[in-house]
Design a protein around this ligand. Structure first.
Ligand SMILES: C=CCn1c(=O)c2[nH]c(Cc3ccc(NC(C)=O)cc3)nc2n(CCCC)c1=O
Ligand SMILES: [Mn+2]
Length: 633
């Protein structure tokens, strides 16, 4: 390891001040990376983050001074509780999938070749040459007059064999503050890293070109017209330019823990998934861990910290978004949550839909693009019952907002960013370096029609087919208002790090793991509606009745019957005691032939058009089996 200031190998770094003039040495691989980025971006100075409280306070103070964040005094002495509101440039409010690329030599390593004339939905490929070109068009000198922050961070508990280390270099103090919440950061990470390799993450909010038309607000610098998010899995490298918004700038999350993570997992024989992890203890005191993958708008965070209505059940949270899972020596599948915080969607979160979230997010939190109230608090759609009528509201753009307005007070993608440790139902094992043992994997979707409340896969291969076949109702993009049913296999569609067909083969290959105790796989749908458009299932806390059925099933109770789609609950096998309203179980579990014929056609077309020759034969066979079962309906 070299001491930065003296070593003359680093010509550029020596030239500019190291703010905290860190005398302790940095691993030489880290120095080289800093040197490489500094000579490209030409910062005013360099700051190596240490994760200390004083550092955090200094950065928050800096962000408050330049108007990026404002304090929220309603939640008593917010300075101790550190509760802040950030507003972005309205042109920088969400992930930009069309500007997100994976680079490999051979295109097919990144995406299956879509059928002639079909737009690929399973990721965007860029050649290595075009990636380098994109970088050189944007990064040279982009950090002029700015501080370059160097964030050493761990995905996963520091020191756990599951964990992986990254270095994020960024010119955004907001990113440093959020990465401190969402990951483990600090100089102890550098000690753990030693001279090992790390995931390289370079980020800049960018500088708009002189002829840019985007309105500049100095408190949220960005370059929306040239935003680009690039990944080079072969070199464990991520480069993100132009956006400060979390999904594009907190590179430990989607870019590292899922896209790069899934390629590392494939190479090392484990699974990096877009899944919540929860612990459920039944009335007999038996505790099991479940992972679940849901597309957006299914209430994933609500399930991750569910308040069960069934007496005697307790649910605790390990994570709400990402799971890294591997089989241990005994063949048990063990999972960690690689993250250290929640980056949850605020609208729709309230004391009914997620009481435990409401007890989590008012301490040490950075809110982004929610609305503000005249009594120094926050507001979003769904919180109407939780604020008094005389309180005035300022919307996410900073404009006065009147109740009943047709535009939302909080941006639909507004977020809370909160340490997991603030959650009252956090599972004690949430940081266990060995991970928690997984007995059940659940796939789900928002399906208003035809899909039963719950069914079980007949075996692992059938379960992989069910994951591959996931579809979910999404609020369509701006152009039209009606809802569309989108394919979102494993809820990973925007996050695959490599060819989806190869990903399916990787999942199928888990049956080859020595004495693997493969978890049971289920599919759930909380959102089925009757002909009048009413929900057939009360959902929320009553979903504990579905989890109860799942646990009794894996404990061997004879409560399922094989069906066209998989193992369905036997009638009368559900605990429906004290249900708020009577449920039409007949309709909730019916399998309309016309619906399933259509579903099979959609699946066949999707697999043919999007996956083509890369679709594993096992999956093709499961589809044909389903098709012939549907014919017999
Ligand atoms: C663990 C909870 C999962 N869950 C659900 O299970 C769920 N179910 C529904 C549909 C629904 C909405 C309102 C009612 N209201 C009454 C009174 O029955 C019932 C179901 N919405 C749900 N939501 C909210 C989705 C938006 C993010 C939801 O998160
Ligand atoms: Mn997610």
């Amino acid at each position: 390891a070299k001491n930065l200031s003296t070593n003359n190998n680093y010509e550029y770094i020596r030239k500019i001040p190291l703010l905290n003039s860190s005398t302790e040495s940095l691993p030489s691989k880290v120095c080289s990376y800093i040197e490489e980025c500094a000579s490209l971006c030409c910062p005013k100075d360099i700051y190596i983050c240490d994760g200390s409280d004083t550092e955090y306070e200094h950065l928050l103070n800096f962000l408050e001074k330049n108007g990026t964040i404002s304090p929220l005094p309603k939640y008593e002495n917010c300075y101790d509780f550190n509760i802040w509101l950030a507003r972005t440039n309205p042109a920088d409010v969400a992930r930009v999938e069309k500007r997100t690329f994976i680079s490999t030599e051979c295109k097919r390593d990144t995406i299956p070749i879509p059928r002639e004339g079909v737009i690929g939905e399973l990721g965007n490929w860029i050649s290595p040459g075009d990636m380098d070109k994109a970088i050189l068009e944007r990064f040279p000198g982009c950090m002029k007059d700015r501080t370059m922050y160097v964030i050493p961070f761990s995905m996963g508990p520091v020191g756990s064999p599951f964990s992986k280390i990254g270095i994020e270099i960024t010119d955004s103090a907001y990113v440093v503050c959020c990465m401190r919440i969402m990951t483990r950061i600090g100089k102890n990470i550098l000690e753990t890293l030693g001279n090992d390799d790390f995931v390289k993450c370079l980020h800049s909010v960018g500088v708009p070109k002189s002829d840019s038309k985007v309105e500049i607000n100095s408190s949220w610098p960005c370059d929306p017209e040239r935003t680009i998010i690039l990944h080079r899995p072969d070199k464990n490298e991520i480069v993100s330019y132009g956006s400060g918004y979390g999904g594009n700038s907190l590179l430990g999350k989607k870019c590292f823990a899922l896209r790069i993570g899934s390629t590392i997992a494939k190479n090392e024989g484990w699974l990096a998934e877009h899944m919540l992890i929860l612990a459920i203890t039944d009335p007999k005191g038996r505790k099991r861990y479940i992972t679940a993958a849901f597309p957006s708008a299914c209430g994933k965070t609500n399930l991750a910290m569910l308040k069960p209505t069934l007496p005697g059940y307790k649910i605790e949270c390990v994570g709400d978004d990402i799971a890294w899972m591997r089989f241990d020596q005994e063949g048990r599948l063990r999972a960690i949550n690689p993250e250290n915080g929640f980056f949850g969607v605020a609208p729709g979160t309230n004391c009914i839909t997620n009481p435990n979230a409401m007890k989590t997010i008012f301490k040490n939190t950075i809110f982004t693009n929610v609305a503000a109230t005249s009594d120094g608090g926050v507001f979003w759609e769904g919180m109407e019952e939780e604020i008094s009528d005389d309180v005035e509201i300022t919307d996410w753009r900073g404009k006065k907002w009147t109740r009943g307005s047709k535009t939302p007070a909080a941006h639909p993608n507004s977020r809370f960013c909160t340490p997991i440790k603030e959650c009252p139902v956090i599972d004690p094992g949430w940081e266990d370096p060995a991970g928690v043992p997984i007995d059940v994997i659940i796939f789900g979707g928002r399906r208003p029609e035809g899909i039963p409340l719950v069914y079980q896969a007949r075996n692992w291969q059938h379960g992989v087919f069910i994951g591959a076949s996931m579809r979910s109702e999404a609020t369509a993009a701006a152009e039209h208002t009606d809802k569309v049913i989108m394919h979102d296999p494993f809820a990973m569609r925007p996050f695959f790090g490599y060819n989806f067909g190869h990903y399916l083969n990787h999942w199928l290959s888990m049956t080859k793991v020595k004495n693997a105790k493969l978890p049971a796989i289920f599919h759930v749908n909380w959102f089925r509606k009757n002909a009048d458009g009413q929900y057939l299932w009360p959902g929320f806390g009553d979903n504990s009745r579905v989890l109860d059925w799942i646990l009794r099933k894996i404990d061997g109770e004879n409560i399922a019957v094989d069906s066209t789609v998989g193992l369905l609950p036997k009638s009368e096998s559900f605990n429906l005691e004290n249900l708020s309203k009577d449920v039409n179980m007949e309709e909730l579990f019916s399998l309309p032939k016309s619906f399933w014929e259509k579903e099979v056609r959609h699946l066949r077309e999707y697999f043919d058009m999007q996956v083509g020759d890369d679709l594993p034969t096992d999956i093709r066979e499961e589809l044909e089996l389903l098709a012939c079962n549907v014919d017999k309906l």
